[in-house]
Design a protein around this ligand. Structure first.
Ligand code: IPE
Ligand code: IPE
Ligand code: MG
Length: 241
């Protein structure tokens, strides 16, 4: 029994941890949330950033070791510059928070994606935090300038440079941005769209999916608990019986 009486206080952390090592979120719906509240799109991203901080901490508290969030895709550069700048500024602020606070919940920061297109300032901050947090137990992966196709192409090129003429599945896994990280067990997408949008294509081969119409800024820890509960009741067969 994972959730006795489905009450928050009685969630069995060890039972969740045994089944759900890695949860990933496609944080979608900030723009629509802003529109519904009469705000510019940037206002939705601002609230979305605080929700992201809350949800991440909640997942760690629930016994989940790895949390991945899709923050900015390789395709999101096509948005208006004002919106891109606002998202990058929020990420920079979040990194300041991570640098101060991550130690308290034993969290390591890993950025998934091509960092070369980010500002020099952001790259320096990321390198510093990634290095300082490398030995910690929990992992927060932030997918930033991330695209799964770009990741696979970059992995292939890395393997070619290493002189490989044939490759194994393990070679590819070890050349992805997620190297060393378990595959996601559960992928949650908010915002009502039922698609992957170029996220963790290789790693999600056997992931479970949870789609909700809730817009990201409205996502509550109770709904995350419902997703976890739903996941824990599923029968994962991995092609077997
Ligand atoms: C946030 O949601 C995800 C990012 C790309 C930063 P959106 O900005 O895509 O919000 P919607 O889908 O337009 O509502
Ligand atoms: C997916 O959301 C990317 C992130 C959450 C960062 P998008 O809003 O970019 O995806 P599409 O355009 O609806 O597929
Ligand atoms: Mg969207």
């Amino acid at each position: 029994m994972f959730f006795r009486k489905r009450s928050k206080k009685t969630i069995d952390k060890d039972a969740v941890a045994a089944r759900l090592q890695h949860i990933a979120f496609i944080m979608d719906g900030n723009g629509r949330w802003a529109k519904a509240h009469g705000l510019p799109r940037e206002g939705g991203h601002k609230v979305g950033a605080t929700v992201f901080e809350k949800i991440t901490r909640h997942c760690f508290d629930r016994g989940i070791r790895v949390v991945t969030v899709y923050a900015f895709s390789t395709e999101n550069w096509s948005r208006p510059q004002k919106e891109v700048d606002a998202i990058m500024a929020l990420l920079s602020d979040y990194l300041d928070y991570a640098e101060k606070k991550f130690k308290d919940y034993d969290a390591r920061l890993v950025i998934l994606g091509d960092k070369s297109r980010l500002s020099a300032e952001l790259q320096e901050k990321i390198d510093r935090i990634e290095r300082a947090s490398a030995d910690r137990g929990h992992v927060l992966n932030i997918a930033l300038n991330y695209g799964a196709r770009n990741e696979l192409v970059s992995a292939c090129n890395e393997l070619i440079r290493a002189g490989k003429s044939t490759v194994t599945e393990a070679d590819i896994s070890d050349a992805l941005y997620t190297r060393g990280c378990p595959d996601p067990d559960l992928v949650v997408r908010t915002g009502g769209d039922v698609r992957i949008s170029n996220f963790l294509l290789w790693q999600s081969a056997y992931a479970e999916f949870y789609f909700t119409k809730t817009l990201w800024p409205d996502l509550s820890t109770d709904e995350v608990d419902r997703a976890i509960y739903d996941f824990c009741g599923r029968h994962r067969r991995f092609g077997g019986l």
